[in-house]
Design a binder for this molecule. Structure first.
Ligand code: AMP
Ligand code: TRP
Length: 338
């Protein structure tokens, strides 16, 4: 009873990840690890954002497979389905319904200014779904009266829009939505590509040498770190401006080893790039191995995985529906007749 009471009083943390491409260490350090670490403090909602994934073209079979892969990986990374809610976005209709409502108070100009829209529109075509993507994300967050949203830096702009829409709705129709806060981890909010340290590590790049995937084999990890771009000069030093590639690798080393960046820098000062990279590769192999073992166990038991997702959706639906009806009721919809 005390346990149940405690769970009820916890504030909500919600975040999402799209089931497209290979999950990589940027997703893990920038986002998923925060969800895992904050599970005792918050009631965590870990959402697989399939509605967001289709804002760029997806192969149906690949989308199905990736959705289950991401679910198994979230559990393998440490999301505990007994404490936290793991669910698929499209299983909760309230997300699309609230997004529609929020669309009616979202200025078009604000959506057109979004960095992600500007970056993606040329390669993916200017679809209305891509433009409205941040509004759906606002709905995801606001439906759960979310307090904290742990994300990488690229999502900060979307969080600002979410806060502004919530304030606007509350001012016009009365207090309805909690105003959420972004939770951004300074050193790991933006891991850069291994093959190009001027761009963020991304699962949608043409080359898999850009990232370390959570499911990469030990040999792949060693190879990718070995060929990762380094800067001119020989010295291992943390210098974002003049040595962005080494700075990125130092931040990755620091996050996986639990040592401060400055300590890693001191430890490797005077050694070679090759020696540092070799240790980094072994560190990554060792840290990803337990995740991969748990992943293969989970992925091998589809029935159990589907049950977790079904339970998660039921819990999410109950909360989301309540907020949606409250918002619609305030706007003058006849929700009591539904
Ligand atoms: P996505 O892959 O776009 O679904 O992103 C899932 C989460 O990972 C979001 O919170 C992103 O901000 C975060 N993320 C994606 N790429 C990176 C990166 N290179 N560095 C840090 N966080 C990232
Ligand atoms: N847009 C996020 C991304 O690409 C994924 C996402 C969808 C999300 N809905 C969310 C993140 C709600 C946080 C909260 O990274």
């Amino acid at each position: 009873m005390v346990g149940a009471q405690k769970k009820m009083n916890k504030q909500i943390l919600l975040s999402g990840i799209q089931p497209s491409g290979a999950l990589h260490i940027g997703n893990y350090l920038g986002a998923i690890k925060q969800w895992v670490d904050l599970q005792s403090e918050y009631r965590v909602f870990a959402m697989i954002a399939d509605l967001h994934a289709i804002t760029v073209p997806q192969e149906p079979e690949a989308l199905r497979n990736k959705t289950l892969e991401v679910a198994a990986l979230l559990i393998a990374c440490g999301i505990d389905h007994k404490k936290s809610v793991i669910f698929i976005q499209s299983h909760v209709p309230a997300h699309a319904e609230l997004a529609w409502v929020l669309n009616t108070i979202t200025p078009l100009g604000e959506l057109e200014r979004m960095t992600q829209f500007k970056e993606k529109k040329d390669t993916s075509g200017e679809m209305a779904g891509l433009l409205n993507y941040p509004v759906l994300m606002a709905a995801d967050i606001l439906l759960y009266q979310t307090e904290s949203v742990p994300v990488g830096e690229d999502q900060q702009q979307h969080l600002e829009l979410t806060r502004s829409l919530a304030n606007k709705f509350n001012n016009r129709f009365g207090d309805t939505f909690r105003i959420p806060k972004a939770h951004i981890q300074k050193d790991t909010a933006r891991l850069m590509g291994l093959d190009d340290p001027t761009k963020k590590m991304s699962k949608s790049t043409p080359s898999a040498n850009n990232y370390i995937g959570l499911l990469d084999t030990p040999d792949d990890i060693r190879r990718k770190i070995k060929i990762a771009i380094t800067d001119s000069g020989k010295e291992i030093a943390y210098d974002e401006e003049n040595k962005p590639a080494i700075a990125n690798l130092l931040r990755i080393f620091s996050a996986f080893s639990g040592s401060a960046v400055a300590d890693v820098e001191t430890k490797y000062r005077g050694t070679s790039y090759a020696e540092f990279k070799q240790d980094l590769a072994e560190l990554l192999v060792a840290k990803l191995e337990p995740i991969q073992v748990r992943y293969h166990e989970r992925a091998g038991d589809q029935d159990a995985l589907l049950k977790i997702l079904k339970d998660g959706a039921e819990q999410a639906r109950a909360i989301a529906r309540e907020t949606l009806y409250n918002a619609q009721n305030k706007m003058g919809f006849l929700t009591s007749l539904k």
